[in-house]
Write a protein that binds this ligand. Sequence first.
Ligand code: HEM
Length: 222
Amino acid sequence: MIKKINLLFAILLVLLTPSYIFAEDSYTVTCESSYANPLTGETVDGGSNLALGNSMIDNMLTKEVKVEPTKDGYYLTFSLGLASNISNVRFQTMDENQNFKDVPSEHIGTHEDPNKDDKIADYRVKVESLDLYVSPIFYVDPMERDVQFFIKPLSGSASEQEIKKIESKKKDLSSGLSTHIKDDSKDGDESGISTFDYVTIGVGIIVVILLCIGIYYVKKKR
Ligand code: HEM
């Protein structure tokens, strides 16, 4: 009898485990960058040496971008090298009509660059679409001025299978099944974990405790 109850608890536990524990949250795409506005061929920060600007971007920008779908867009994580030389980092997006828009960003961490005697800083940027140019702006200490350039995430560079998996996750998020990715636009619950998830986590913990008690008694009886 006790064995049957334990089996029932185990099944319940699996069924109640929130789907996001198993689901994947992100994929990585490559990106291309340019110092000049790709639509006009002109820089937007007043600089005129395109070749020097492009090589400086190549020297500091990691060409891999982490993509995390949210209910209403994406979080993109960009890694900027030579980070000890830069400050006041912010981001804009640019659409095909050259409309620039400030977008929220968050400095999520800084770590040593294994290839250079400097640091890499990671920034998570919230965008509405992957089909926009993302444009970082920051102050470069040795240049004593702000620079601005353009990044295009190449959304087709991730594997089709990976994209499908994540996009179906995005649908889940939109339908409210699982909202564990932090959504700044939502008031209240900062962690982004829904009430549904809290309930399932709570029930899951209770089931595990009951399961442990069951196993303990079975062993004691033997
Ligand atoms: C942390 C990264 C960077 C460092 C340490 C850095 C450093 C420098 C230095 C020392 C110079 C003067 C070079 C000389 O006298 O010949 C310079 C010039 C220049 N840099 Fe950077 N740079 C950085 C990032 C960038 C980025 C990201 C861009 C483009 C978006 C850029 C664009 C330029 C341009 C166009 C010049 C020519 C002078 C000017 O237009 O002001 N640099 N940079």
